[in-house]
Every structure is written in structure tokens, then in C-alpha cells.
Write a protein that binds this ligand. Structure first.
Ligand code: PLP
Length: 457
């Protein structure tokens, strides 16, 4: 592929240019690697960054320039890149066992991790089913919910309900219960219909209406939907507190409490997709804790291994597990993934969980959150910025009156200032690794302001 020098998007600051070794790698990447979530043609004018190494919140390119990873490499990295304790845990496991089939076999990392997660999760979610990525965890929860009702003699409960603007991954089942048009629309003919109820997104409140009041009004709509359709519904799936891929839409926990009560009343499972918000991202270890609810299925991935290795898990409770426990092979959950419960990934996860305990992370994050909210005051006051919002270690704001190229333009301006930012449409967000220090937060805010002015000015 030839890279044309022409520009299809307005250009302000020059994109970083790289040394010859890096340039060669970039060319080979654009020829051989089909990059995810990317219109490849945009790379005719948009840089791909050749990353050589990472340390803490910083990524270093092949020419030694560094970028603050303000999005935790797609929300997976919790304790920074190349963390000595996670590195050591993986290296130690590597000397013993890299992988083994998890059907008919078991190993200490999977057992210890399952026990650990069950102890940490709300309620009694004592059964852990492992897979390799978030979308697969969502598929598992959907299939398990349906299969549970079927085993109990209610096969008609085979539909799902989701919230407007939700995101649950991009395999066909997960996409069916999502509602982000950008990812879903093209594939609509391949997807199964799904009930969609209003999002409790606090930005949708009427003037003068509190976020809580609006969340409860959205829950009323859920109630009407369940009242009419519950006989055909297996489960409601939600992203607790923050609809991340849908533009960091934050909502009041009162919605989750009502949703839990309604699911109980109408005999519908509640699937909590905490793939993005789990592991301290919203301020508590799990987002569900802020509504004091226990889901029937809890999906975890992303931060689970500290951002090191692909791993996901679905936790569920005893009664659901028992619905599959029988002599009949087909009553069992015959779902499998080749790398289910990979020992290296489980060790990375155990080391990550240990860091939460040793370093008093949730309390420290609370202080960091306060610092960031003060440091970000000039962003909040920026004339083009609307709806500055924060939940735990997630910050977001919407930029008014931007072009469709805004996400790529801001990405490029931020790169030129040593920042990795990846806006979702007109929404800019920070989801930094928890090891970010005050001076790095200041650097992040200042760089974002300059980038914003370069794009909008
Ligand atoms: C990222 C994400 C997924 C999908 O996880 P993958 O590992 O990318 O398949 C599902 N649900 C939510 C809420 C996510 O943020």
C-alpha cells in the first residue's frame, strides 16, 4: 500500500513523524495488519504510533517520544504498563504451566482466581465460568440465562432487554443487545431483535430534574416494558453506572436498585456487564455495590488481568448453577473457548487483585479523583465544553459544534502534545491507569486544553 501525502482532514499541528526504522514498521503494519475499529483509509493522513515499550502511565514510541496513556489502552490497564509485580507473577507461572485444557483438568491459578473473585463480588456469586474476552463473557451470560429458563421448563423466555445507548461487545449476540448505531447498524440483518428501554443517562434529565429523579423515570419505562413482555424475556443486561462506549454516559445508582427489584418481580435475570466499570473504575471495586444490588450474572474482563492478557469471567449464583446440574449432558452448559482459564492470565489477574489489597487503591483513587476534579476546572469552564462529568476514575465532557473528524483530529493534536486520547464522537474522556500522579494529571489537563484549542480554535 502506498501512503499518499494528501490530506482528507484539516490539518493544524503536524502529525508526529518517525525515524526510518519506525517508518518502515508503520508501512508494514498498514500493509499486513488490519487495525481494529479503524477506517484504514484514514491512516493516509492519521499517524499510527509505533510503540516500543511502556512504563507506568507512559508509552514510548520507537524514537523515544512518550505519550501519557490517558485511556488505559482501551480501558484495560489498571496499574500502569510493565508493572514489576504482575510481570513477576506471569514469569513465575510461565516456568510451571503455560496452558492446559480446562475441561476435565484444573489448575491452581484458575481455582484461586475463581475463589478470590467470588469472595470479592457482591452477594454469593460462587460459580465462575472463564472465557477470553469481554464479548465472549456477554455471549455466555446470554446463553446461560436462556438455557437456565429452558432447563426449568420455560423455553419461551428467550428474549433480552437492553438500555438505549448501551454497548456489550461486537460478536453477533453481544451486538444484538447493544445500541450504538455506529457499530450495530451495518450488521442489523445478522442480529436478533432485542427490547430497548430508555437510558438513565443523567444528561437526559429535564431542566431542573435531578439525575436521580430522571433515573427513576427511566426505570418506570423499564417497568412498563417488563410488565408487558416478561414472559418472553430471559434477562435484562446493563452496564452499571457508566455506559462507556456509548459516550461515557453516567447515571444515578437508583436506576440499578429499581431494575433489580423489577427483575425480581417479573422473574427476569439481571446481567451486570462490569467489563469496563469493574475493578475500582467507578470508585468501588464493583459498580453494583453503589446500588447495593447483586446481579444474577456478573461479567468481568478488561481490567481483570491488569491489562496484560485476554481473560474474562462470568460469575453466577448457586440456584442458576443448579438448573444445569443433572445427568443429561445437554442440560449442562456445553460452551467452550480454547483458552478458557489460561493459567498465565489467571496469575496476572491474581497479582492485579493483590495490588488492590496491598496498596489501598480505592482510598488513594478517591484522593486522585479530588485532585483531578480541581485540576480540570479550566476544562470544565472551556466555552466549547458541555456536561463535564466524573464517576470514580472516569472523566468525560462533550465538545460543542465539532466536525465528524473531531475524534481523529483531537487524537492527532493530543499525540503531538504527548497524550493518548481517543474521543468517542464529540465526547472526550480520561480513564487513566490508577498509578497516575498529580503532576501527570496536570500535564493531561493542560495538554487536553491545548489540543482542544488547536482543533476548535
Ligand atoms: C469492551 C466491552 C465489552 C467487550 O469486551 P471485548 O473484550 O472488547 O470483547 C463488553 N462490554 C462492555 C461494557 C465493554 O466496555
Amino acid at each position: 500500500m502506498k501512503i499518499k501525502p494528501t490530506l482528507s482532514a484539516p490539518r493544524k499541528s503536524p502529525a508526529p513523524s518517525f525515524g526510518s526504522e519506525a517508518e518502515r514498521l508503520l508501512r508494514r503494519s498498514l500493509t499486513a495488519v488490519w487495525h481494529p475499529c479503524t477506517q484504514m483509509k484514514h491512516h493516509e493522513w492519521l499517524p499510527v504510533v509505533p510503540v516500543a515499550r511502556g512504563k507506568g502511565v507512559w508509552l514510548y514510541d520507537m524514537d523515544g517520544r512518550r505519550y501519557l496513556d490517558a485511556i488505559s489502552s482501551w480501558w484495560v490497564n489498571l496499574f500502569g504498563h510493565s508493572h514489576p509485580k504482575i510481570n513477576a507473577a506471569i514469569a513465575e507461572q510461565l516456568e510451571r504451566l503455560e496452558h492446559v485444557i480446562l475441561a476435565g483438568f484444573t489448575h491452581a491459578p484458575a481455582v484461586e482466581l475463581a475463589e478470590r473473585l467470588s469472595t470479592l463480588a457482591p452477594g454469593h456469586l460462587g460459580h465462575c465460568f472463564f472465557a477470553s474476552d469481554g464479548s465472549s463473557a456477554v455471549e455466555i451470560a446470554l446463553k446461560m440465562s436462556f438455557h437456565c429458563w429452558k432447563n426449568r421448563g420455560q423455553p419461551g423466555k428467550n428474549g433480552f432487554v437492553t438500555l438505549a445507548n448501551s454497548y456489550h461487545g461486537e460478536t453477533l449476540g453481544a451486538l444484538s443487545v447493544g445500541d450504538v448505531a455506529l457499530y450495530k447498524e451495518t450488521y442489523q440483518p445478522l442480529l436478533r431483535p432485542c427490547g430497548i428501554v430508555p437510558s438513565p443517562d443523567g444528561r437526559l434529565a429535564e431542566p431542573g430534574e435531578s439525575a436521580e429523579a430522571y433515573a427513576l423515570r427511566a426505570a418506570d419505562a423499564l417497568e412498563r416494558h417488563l410488565e408487558r413482555h416478561h414472559r418472553e424475556i430471559a434477562a435484562l443486561i446493563v452496564e452499571p453506572l457508566v455506559q462507556c462506549a456509548g459516550g461515557m454516559a453516567m447515571y444515578h445508582p437508583a436506576y440499578l436498585a429499581r431494575a433489580r427489584a423489577l427483575c425480581d418481580r417479573y422473574q427476569v435475570h439481571l446481567i451486570a456487564d462490569e467489563i469496563a466499570v469493574g475493578f475500582g473504575r467507578t470508585g468501588t471495586l464493583f459498580a453494583c455495590e453503589q446500588a447495593s444490588i447483586v446481579p444474577d450474572f456478573l461479567c468481568l474482563s478488561k481490567g481483570l488481568t491488569g491489562g496484560y492478557l485476554p481473560l474474562s469471567v462470568v460469575l453466577t449464583r448457586e440456584e442458576i448453577y443448579q438448573a444445569f446440574y443433572a445427568d443429561d449432558v445437554r442440560a449442562g452448559f456445553l460452551h467452550s473457548h480454547s483458552y478458557s482459564g489460561n493459567p498465565l492470565a489467571c496469575r496476572a489477574a491474581l497479582a492485579t487483585l493483590e495490588l488492590f489489597e496491598q496498596d489501598n487503591v480505592l482510598q488513594t483513587n478517591h484522593d486522585k479523583k479530588r485532585y483531578m476534579n480541581e485540576a480540570a476546572a479550566p476544562l470544565k469552564a472551556h466555552p466549547r465544553v458541555r456536561n463535564f462529568r466524573n464517576t470514580g476514575m472516569i472523566w468525560a465532557f462533550d465538545v460543542e459544534g465539532v466536525s465528524p473528524h473531531f475524534p481523529r483530529e483531537l487524537f492527532r493534536e493530543a499525540l503531538a502534545r504527548g497524550l493518548l486520547l481517543r474521543p468517542l464522537g464529540a465526547t472526550v474522556y480520561f480513564m487513566p491507569p490508577y498509578v497516575i500522579e498529580p503532576e501527570e494529571m496536570t500535564f493531561l489537563v493542560e495538554g487536553t486544553l491545548k489540543s482542544l484549542d488547536a482543533v476548535c480554535g
